[in-house]
Design a protein around this ligand. Structure first.
Ligand SMILES: [Fe+2]
Ligand SMILES: [Fe+2]
Length: 280
């Protein structure tokens, strides 16, 4: 396969076309949500994140749409607008599911951001963090029966879309940085670093908050026993495996997000193995 120069027009064509060509067509209104047994419905209702999930998909959609609206390049605009459509569809999908199974969520419509590029940068790095862990958590939830079997296929498609989003974003950041004149490149690097740090800080804060807060007795009572056996090491290894599996399907010439997998691999060295010792 010919070498690809990151930041070139060929690079832009490849990551945009690849994104557009791998789009999956479907309409939320055509989804027939299955009848679930009472235990599955109770478990779904007790999951504490539906409202936040709907809000964050709606926020993502508003931010990506704003970026598409200011992007002057036709091909980039087409790809970014497609991502905005997919985020809007995620929000609609969650709305539809929560309605079907009697879960109450808000329907707040986030305003368009004032600085589209800044919002897109922050959102993109946020997705790189969240998707990495979502891939592993989704696999474990499906394997342990926490997430109903009948819904796994639909949400597997959502995970694939998130993988395409972070692949696109990683290549967009590299392309954008290299395409800027030198004096603007430094400013872009500052914004990129700040966007990345703020998203990382936000994730650490959420993790600490979750550890100290009561996750909700309703939910804990509904969790199958198999979930209790999942160790931090299993979770980290599953996230790494799933991240590689989902991103491994796409053109090998494209850049992949590397920061979070790298940090988790480092953390794994310090985590105890089955015999109780760290691997490093
Ligand atoms: Fe999404
Ligand atoms: Fe996304």
């Amino acid at each position: 396969m010919p070498e690809l120069t990151v930041g070139s027009e060929e690079h832009k064509s490849l990551f945009c076309r690849h994104f557009i060509d791998t789009h999956h067509r479907y309409e939320v209104r055509d989804i027939r949500w299955p009848d679930l047994d009472e235990a599955d419905v109770q478990r779904l209702r007790a999951m504490p994140f539906w409202d936040e999930a709907v809000q964050s998909e709606a926020t993502a959609a508003a931010r990506v749409r704003a970026m598409a609206d200011v992007e002057p390049d036709a091909l980039l605009r087409e790809a970014i607008a497609m991502q905005a459509y997919e985020e809007e569809r995620h929000a609609a999908l969650l709305q539809s599911l929560t309605q079907r199974y009697g879960i109450t969520v808000g329907d707040g419509r986030p305003p368009a951001p004032r600085d589209a590029e800044w919002a897109f940068l922050r959102m993109g790095y946020g997705e790189c963090f969240d998707s990495f862990f979502a891939f592993g958590l989704f696999r474990l939830s499906a394997d342990t029966g926490l997430f109903p079997d009948a819904l796994v296929r639909t949400f597997d498609g959502v995970m694939d879309e998130e993988a395409r989003h972070i692949l696109f974003f990683t290549n967009w950041v590299a392309y954008r940085r290299l395409g800027l004149p030198l004096e603007r490149r430094a400013w872009f690097l500052v914004r990129r670093g700040l966007g990345l740090s703020l998203q990382a800080f936000g994730r650490v804060r959420t993790a600490l908050h979750l550890r100290s807060a009561d996750a909700g007795d309703d939910f804990t009572m509904q969790v199958p026993e198999a979930v209790g056996e999942v160790t931090l090491r299993t979770l980290a290894e599953t996230c790494i495996d799933e991240n590689e599996r989902r991103l491994g399907r796409y053109d090998t010439r494209l850049l992949r997000p590397t920061l979070v997998p790298h940090l988790v691999r480092l953390a794994l060295r310090a985590l105890p193995t089955r015999n109780g010792r760290p691997t490093a």
